[in-house]
Design a binder for this molecule. Sequence first.
Ligand code: PGA
Length: 245
Amino acid sequence: MRRTLIAGNWKSNGRKAGLETFLEVLGGGLASASAEILICPPYVYLSKAVALAPEGVSIGAQNCSVEQEGAFTGEVTAGMLADCEVGAVILGHSERRELFSESSELVASKVKRANTEGLMAIVCVGESLEEREKGLAEAVVLEQVRQSLQGVGDASGIVLAYEPVWAIGTGKTASAEDAQNMHAAIRRCLREQYAEQADGIRILYGGSVKGGNAAELFAKPDIDGALVGGASLDAKEFLQIIAAG
Ligand code: PGA
């Protein structure tokens, strides 16, 4: 069985005081939650988040260096994250692919680095609106899956996140049907590489997930949770998503 995972990606948002309040409100509302919960604040707040995280909440990062260590000014390595008791890292988010020119090849190298350090890697894939309108969505996404996992031999440390780029931060969500179809295609693709492990790999949906649309998405057989941006900044809204898991 795949346990639902609900991950909040704070991106470059939030401040110390807000993090404290957020974790307090979150902790107060988790009594009946069955999903696994992960919060990914900016790097500088990770240690604080680890220290304050209520029971049942893990802390993740939004990126890591591809390098092990050395002269790479401004980079944070997977080993440093593990050292700070960070348990997971989001890799290949579409904003990193688009704004920081990260390729799927680079993402695959980062996944290996993260896994070596014992971090769970949340590997993001997703098509643009133009690609969808041209009927290329599935081909683009599956190619990203293959390339972003190239050489990753063991799937026990990975989670996939399907995030159609046109649905991120726009208020538009893929219909639960369309999302399920893509998730099923991703799982078929994972079976090519991870015959035995594929059915255990979680595939999250991301893109304008909110309290109001989460239950419909989570009801689909191959949607194993959500990667949540905007709605993860408000603890009450995030708790509504958690309640749907
Ligand atoms: P959103 O972002 O929920 O604000 O659309 C999702 C993401 O970028 O992971």
